[in-house]
Design a protein around this ligand. Structure first.
Ligand code: NDP
Ligand code: 8X3
Length: 265
């Protein structure tokens, strides 16, 4: 509520799934004087999210949908300078955009898929972070702002068919840990939330649009919803300034590791 009032918040990958829910949840939690920048490649979907927010909470929240492909370094570089002035003072960055491509094993993984996952999940997240740190550093005595990175259970242990995705999420995890140390003399908070299985477009993207294959992933289980993770993200951002939710692992009740799932038969 109050702690988020007046903040400028950017959510990447807000056209779907966890990012979309997070944008909506921020608006619900702080319906007054919030500035929300929502980004992804699909601008029409972002505009729809902005409409939905307006319908639900009214005009108190200013929502700015902006098309951005975070895998393209030049797009990220020009992103903040191209924002309207009143949106440039970013307070909170939610690095959520990310994806998985395929289940191929090393030796057979398409180069294109490797590049897509690495450039989006790793380079994209790092470039967004660097861009926002420039803004954060100008604030207060030593710098202030929040970085909330969406990792995954996949970053904590590998699983077969996920080597590249797992490697990207492990990279996020060590990057997050290292920059929290680098920024210790500032008021910049560096946080990571690692979801287990969440039902979103994630598996549809993994299987190249094959919805039937994606649905199989969630058969006989009750996965997390994007709202479940959105609530943890907004919770982390809304803690008092002296509190850092450094690291949070969130499972659905049927899951106890990346590959340990109990399915109803
Ligand atoms: P979705 O596929 O529903 O959403 C992914 C979002 O990322 C979309 O909004 C997509 O937008 C965006 N995105 C993908 N590539 C790019 C790009 N190059 N530039 C900008 N935006 C991009 O999946 P989730 O909501 O599940 O995924 C969100 C995050 O959560 C990811 O980082 C994922 O790894 C992580 N995660 C997901 C889990 C799950 O089980 N679902 C578990 C643990 C972590 P667009 O296509 O319009 O660009
Ligand atoms: C997504 C979780 O285990 O499906 O990050 O790869 S998993």
């Amino acid at each position: 509520g109050k702690r988020l009032e007046g903040k400028t918040i950017i959510v990447t990958g807000a056209s779907s799934g966890i990012g979309k829910s997070t944008a909506i949840e921020f608006a619900r939690t702080s319906p007054k004087s919030l500035k929300l920048i929502i980004t992804a490649r699909r601008i029409d979907a972002l505009k729809q999210v902005a409409e939905d927010i307006k319908k639900e909470v009214g005009d108190g929240v200013q929502v700015l949908p902006v098309q951005l492909d975070i895998s393209k370094a030049d797009e990220v570089r020009s992103f903040i300078p191209n924002l309207p002035k009143e949106f440039q003072g970013i307070d909170v960055l939610v690095n959520n955009a990310g994806l998985v491509k395929g289940v191929d094993k090393a030796g057979d993984i398409k180069e294109e898929d490797i590049d897509t996952m690495m450039f989006t999940n790793v380079n994209g997240l790092i470039n967004m972070t660097q861009a926002c740190l420039k803004v954060f550093r100008t604030r207060g005595e030593s710098g202030q702002g929040d970085i909330i990175n969406i990792g995954s259970i996949a970053g904590r242990a590998g699983y077969p068919g996920g080597s590249i995705y797992c490697a990207t999420k492990a990279a996020i995890r060590t990057f997050t840990e290292a920059i929290r140390m680098e920024l210790i003399a500032t008021r910049i908070r560096v946080m990571e939330i690692d979801p287990g299985q969440v039902e979103t477009e994630f598996s549809v993207v993994r299987f190249g649009g094959d919805k039937a294959k994606a649905d199989k992933v969630y058969e006989g289980v009750t996965p997390l919803t994007p709202d479940d993770i959105a609530e943890t993200i907004v919770f982390a951002a809304g803690r008092p300034e002296n509190v850092v939710i450094a690291d949070m692992l969130v499972y659905p009740n049927h899951q106890a590791a990346a590959t340990v799932m109990h399915r109803r038969s």
